[in-house]
Structure formats: structure tokens, C-alpha cells
Design a protein around this ligand. Structure first.
Ligand SMILES: Nc1ncnc2c1ncn2[C@@H]1O[C@H](COP(=O)(O)OP(=O)(O)OP(=O)(O)O)[C@@H](O)[C@H]1O
Ligand SMILES: [Mg+2]
Length: 294
């Protein structure tokens, strides 16, 4: 199994919860996903509800079961797709008062030269997913950067084996519907138009990720600079300096701020000076926003 998955994480997990709390804009995204998945994930309870109030299983329940437990996270680079997937899973299990597993498909699965094997690996991954899922346990599979493995089959340069792998993936997504809410698949992509149409059509939710707006950048600076002496007005300024208006139409991503600006500012201050608003401004002037993916 070590080759197929980067990591298998048991959930709920307190470290993940802590990480979730540092994410700006998480709640709204979670509500959207949970609102859509909660009925799919509560198949047993839904049947009980139907039997209690109608003394039978209503046809409407069957239609709910026909939906696919597939969520697509789509959007620009550095906007939080990879980091938030496990947080959604963790949070969902807490809401449902259940336990589960988060399986992250290894990037090795789509390495060069592995194409012939890709179909088999996808098969193995879903076999494991089924094995992990139990009555009170929900198994989550995360296929990060899914466009690399599930590229639209309409591209003519695509190899036969690659097409076969995409077909397998679609077939597996169809099969997990039979698991009645004990398995959920997340896929991320920053090129939704490259993802195979059949997969996109099956998604219960396609969640859009964008670079942060003024308020979100401000919140990110506020959260990240906790304990550093900085005024409210300076926080406004930092948010303004990293906006798209001030940077030729392309603002800073979450990742640009958290993984580039802030560490570099600390590096400038360390070891002789405290971190300051001035150092942050100088750093922003030096570090350019990452280019946008069209
Ligand atoms: N909502 C957020 N709140 C706070 N920090 C965030 C948020 N989203 C992303 N980040 C920061 O940006 C970093 C990069 O995020 P992540 O790797 O999830 O981006 P991504 O959307 O997967 O990008 P890519 O398309 O390049 O893979 C995270 O490690 C985190 O530090
Ligand atoms: Mg990512």
C-alpha cells in the first residue's frame, strides 16, 4: 500500500483541527460541501427517517443515493485546495460523530513511465478505500492534482493506457455509490477544463477557490502576525499592498503571503531586530505574486 498512498491519516485528528482553525474562509466552503454531502453520508439514518414517518422507503431516497460522493476542488495555485481537503474530511466526521480515514493518492501514481500501470493502481487504491470503509467509518480518498491522471479523453495525443486509466477511475466513482456514503472522493485541480467531462459531470459539488480578497488577506495577516506589534491601520495597508489593483491585476495568493512573504520578512528581521511593519512592506516590494493559471 505504501506505493499507492502518500499517507493514511486516521480522523478525527486534533492536529488537523488546529490546522483548520488557521484557514481563512474555511467555514463557508465547508458548509457548501457538508450541505451537499450530509444526506449521501447519512444513508442509514435517512432510511430510518423515511420508515419512521412514512412506514416505507420513499422513492426520493433512491434519488439521493444516486448522487456521486465526489467533490472537486478547483482553482488557482496556492489558494488552499491541497491543505483544506483533509480539513473538510476531519470536520465532516466531527459533525457526523463518526470516525474515518483519509487516504491521499501518491503523486507517484502518475509519474512518467507508470501510465501502463495507472489503471491497476487506481484499482488498488479503490480496493483499499473499500476495505477501510466500515459501518461507522467513512473513508476519504484524495486525488490531488487530478488533471494529471484524469485528463480529458478527448485529447488526441492521449495514450491508450491513459484513456484506460481514466475509464477505470470513472467506473470506480460509479461503484462507490454502492457504498452508500461510506466512501467519499475529493479531487483537486487548477485546470478544471483539462479534467475529463464525465468526472466533472458526476461531482456533487465543484468548489471554486480564488485568491484572497481584501478582507481575507487582512484576516490572514492578522492571524499570522499574532503577537507582533502592528496597528489596525497597518494591517489595512498590508492587505492593500498585496491587492490585485496594486500589482498589475494579479494579487498575492494565500500561499504567496504565508509561505513566501512572511518567512522572508522573518528572515530579514532575525536575529537582530523584531519583525516590523516596515520590514513587511520591504518584503512585499521584493516578493512578486505568483503568476495566475489561466
Ligand atoms: N484559506 C487559507 N487560509 C490560510 N492559509 C492558506 C489558505 N489557503 C492556503 N493557505 C496557505 O497556502 C499554502 C498553499 O496552499 P495549498 O497547497 O493548499 O494550495 P493549492 O490550492 O493546493 O495550490 P496548487 O494548485 O499550487 O497545488 C498552504 O500551505 C497555506 O499555508
Ligand atoms: Mg495543491
Amino acid at each position: 500500500m505504501a506505493d499507492i498512498f502518500d499517507k493514511i491519516t486516521e480522523l478525527p485528528n486534533s492536529k488537523i483541527k488546529e490546522n483548520t482553525e488557521s484557514l481563512v474562509g474555511f467555514e463557508a466552503k465547508f458548509d457548501r460541501i457538508y450541505g451537499n454531502l450530509k444526506l449521501i453520508l447519512s444513508s442509514e439514518e435517512l432510511k430510518n427517517w423515511s420508515n419512521k414517518f412514512y412506514k416505507k422507503e420513499l422513492p426520493i431516497i433512491k434519488h439521493i443515493e444516486d448522487r456521486y460522493p465526489l467533490i472537486i476542488l478547483s482553482g488557482d495555485v496556492g489558494t488552499g485546495k491541497t491543505i483544506s481537503a483533509i480539513s473538510f474530511a476531519d470536520r465532516m466526521l466531527r459533525e457526523l460523530d463518526k470516525e474515518g480515514f483519509f487516504l491521499k493518492l501518491s503523486t507517484r501514481v502518475r509519474g512518467e513511465g507508470l501510465h501502463g500501470e495507472m489503471g491497476n493502481l487506481v484499482n488498488d487504491a479503490f480496493d483499499e478505500l473499500k476495505k477501510q470503509a466500515g459501518k461507522r467509518r467513512i473513508a476519504f480518498l484524495f486525488i490531488d492534482e487530478a488533471d494529471a491522471i484524469a485528463t480529458t479523453r478527448s485529447t488526441s495525443q492521449m495514450h491508450q493506457e491513459e484513456k484506460a486509466a481514466v475509464n477505470t477511475l470513472i467506473q470506480k466513482i460509479d461503484e462507490i455509490r454502492e457504498m452508500k456514503g461510506r466512501a467519499v472522493v475529493f479531487m483537486s485541480t487548477n485546470r478544471l477544463h483539462f479534467l475529463d467531462e464525465a468526472l466533472v459531470r458526476r461531482a456533487a459539488v465543484i468548489l471554486e477557490y480564488n485568491r484572497p480578497d481584501f478582507d481575507e488577506r487582512r484576516e490572514l495577516f492578522t492571524k499570522s502576525l499574532e503577537g507582533v506589534k502592528i496597528t489596525e491601520k497597518e494591517l489595512d495597508e498590508l492587505s492593500q499592498l498585496t491587492s490585485d489593483e496594486q500589482n498589475n491585476g494579479v494579487g498575492y495568493s494565500f500561499s504567496d503571503i504565508r509561505l513566501r512573504i512572511l518567512p522572508e520578512a522573518v528572515a530579514s528581521a532575525f536575529p537582530d531586530r523584531p519583525l516590523s511593519y516596515e520590514i513587511l512592506c520591504e518584503t512585499i516590494a521584493k516578493v512578486k505574486p505568483s503568476p495566475k493559471i489561466k
